[in-house]
Design a protein around this ligand. Structure first.
Ligand code: SF4
Length: 196
């Protein structure tokens, strides 16, 4: 769902579920019982986490905090990852977090649009990789990967004050993928660091 910030990931929701002593599978259902979601800082996981603790200490109801967290995940995604991107219908939500009805409903409320999910939505990434592997197998399959050298490095883009940290994954010194840049300028930056 998100390569820019941990707040949009299932791992973040799982750790907060643990903190609230609620099974993460129940998170969504509990969120729907809230009549007044507690506002939780959505800008960053660190703030969201400390805000959650603060709201719990203030005596906010658990269901309201959980609904607020679901809303903050949706807002974080739209404000950070989806920023500047055109939202097109139909909206399809996949990945583990799509199983959380609280987050799905939060997206629907913010976007005022029905969100499409699938009961196997958490498996879509694995399915995609399986299809790609099958295609690759038909074209050119080998176990050479065992001999390949993989390396992860990071660079800081100086293109603007955001100073994004860009993580680069290289295979035999060739860029495989990079993430963390908030704009295309950073993507070019990561490419330029690789010696061909
Ligand atoms: S990637 Fe884009 S937003 Fe990030 S520092 Fe570079 S120019 Fe700025």
């Amino acid at each position: 769902m998100n390569t820019l910030c941990a707040a949009g990931t299932g791992a973040f929701l799982s750790s907060q579920a643990e903190r609230l002593d609620v099974p993460v599978e129940e998170f969504g259902k509990i969120a729907l019982t809230s009549k007044s979601p507690t506002p939780i800082a959505a800008r960053c996981t660190v703030f969201a986490e400390s805000d959650l603790v603060h709201k719990a200490q203030m005596g906010c109801k658990k269901e309201d905090i959980i609904a607020g967290l679901c809303k903050s995940v949706a807002l974080n995604y739209l404000n950070n990852v989806g920023k500047g991107k055109k939202i097109m219908s139909p909206i399809i939500f996949q990945g583990g977090v799509s199983k959380n009805i609280g987050v799905v409903k939060a997206f629907e409320k913010i976007l005022n649009e029905k969100i499409i999910t699938d009961e196997n939505g958490h498996l879509m990434g694995a399915l995609g990789v399986a299809i790609l592997s099958k295609k690759e197998q038909e074209i050119n399959f080998s176990f050479d990967i065992i001999e390949d050298k993989f390396e992860t490095t990071s660079i800081n883009c100086q293109g603007c004050p955001n100073n994004c940290e860009i993580i680069c994954v290289k295979k035999n010194n060739q860029l495989l993928d990079s993430w963390g840049n908030r704009c295309e300028k950073g993507s070019n930056k990561s490419k330029s660091t690789i010696k061909e």
